[in-house]
Design a protein around this ligand. Sequence first.
Ligand code: NAI
Length: 511
Amino acid sequence: TTVYVPRDSAALSLGADEVAANLAQEADRPIRIVRNGSHGMLWLEPLVEVVTERGRIGYGPVEPDAVAGLVAAGMLDGAGHELCQGVVAELPWLRDQTRLCFARVGVTDPLSPEDYVAHGGLAGLRRALRLPPADVVAEVTESGLRGRGGAGFPAGIKWKTVAGTPGPLKFVCCNADEGDSGTFADRMLMEGDPFTLIEGMTIAAYAVGATEGYVYIRSEYPDAVRTMREAIAVAREQGWLGENVLGAGHTFDLFVRVGAGAYICGEETAMLESLEGKRGMVRAKPPIPAITGLFGKPTVVNNVLTLASVPAILAGGAAAYQALGVERSRGTQVFQLAGNVARGGIFETAFGMTLHELVHTYGGGTRTGRPVRAVQVGGPLGAYLPATGLDLPMEYEAFAAAGAMLGHGGVVVFDDTVDMASMARFAMEFCAEESCGKCTPCRVGAVRGVEVIDKIVAGQDPDGNLALLGDLCELMTEGSLCAMGGLTPMPVRSALLHFADDFGPKRAGDF
Ligand code: NAI
């Protein structure tokens, strides 16, 4: 009997290792325990799956102490139980998704090369290596893939810039400094299917003529760091990386670098500084990294999800990817549901589903059962949307038109007990804490922002201070060197626009 117990850190934090150990001890027959990634239904973790003739039957959430009882109740035969979820692949949450990037996450053993190939791995890389590099770039351009880190810049155009910049040494850098609150897709991909990222980076390297790559992972992700390092070692042994990738003559090797806990190192130029061994400070752009990047060389900098989407695009062809989604948002996005939500986790779907459907139909509303009051999309620098504004389609331009942003796809839900003035204050506080300090609008503006919000809430000259806050927001948006200071006003302005009542003097002392 084969039993799957996730090794994803979300499951580990809930005792998955102990669950696996107890299973090995309690089993009434020889069992093979496979440590898989998480399917992304985090409310069911640890989700244990037993392979049966009907498919993989899931039990969850399984606490370590519940294992003996489950085994006695016939779990290893797929028997019914109050924790039994039925056939996992048929659960609506999974069935309704379109999983391209996350196709194998939760399904396979993340470090098994055999599993990877048996589930379609390497098909994209093999096809890419048979094409001239320029055709690989063209394929990515035609697919419509846009940067999943948040800015949504067309990946193919970025790659074309790198490919077209002459130079003997080029790099591919993966930004895995997933610092946004409420986001965890990069981590889950690296822990659950690291070979996909390696494959995507190798395709990028071949397409632009790069020979060396770095995955920059935040230090808060020790399991992802370990898994990526092990996966890279396996890929080298398999000949998927190294001097002669898959015997096709291209050289590409890959290394993991670990950050030191600064949010700003997720900004691409600060990340490059950090990779070069320096303090993570933002560089002025231009020059863009595509032309002058790591150690001054042409460099592809892409987010984990952008690179991990590439194998499926090459394997299935640009047209198939392009056929998914709406408007200028093509393909799928891996949405992450978090905060006060009944069912949190990963939901990969074609662009175009409404935020309402995501939060209510799949997320099940709030975990507290109280009404949804606000939803923040796109990380701590994204806008807060009111409960009445959730019929927006999940699509880059629709969000921009609403004064919001899709960003990296994080969706954080709040119930009606949230105080939006304190959330606005938090945005400024966060910026003051995380600013690299290089430019004045961000370094000083954020500190002044906290002060002025406090004055408004305390009822000190509200009109004058609101006007001041408006000016400050404009200055930070227009004058900051990077998106850290540039986007901080977004949550503040959205809170003022949609939740003005919370900024009244009656709320003084709430902080
Ligand atoms: P940006 O719009 O300046 O650049 C986006 C990307 O396109 C960069 O890689 C840039 O180098 C590249 N690019 C721009 N023009 C180009 C050209 N002509 N040719 C080739 N490449 C070109 O945006 P930025 O500042 O890199 O990112 C801002 C976004 O980051 C925000 O929208 C936000 O959603 C996101 N963000 C994500 C976080 C996360 O944890 N994933 C955290 C904070 C912000």
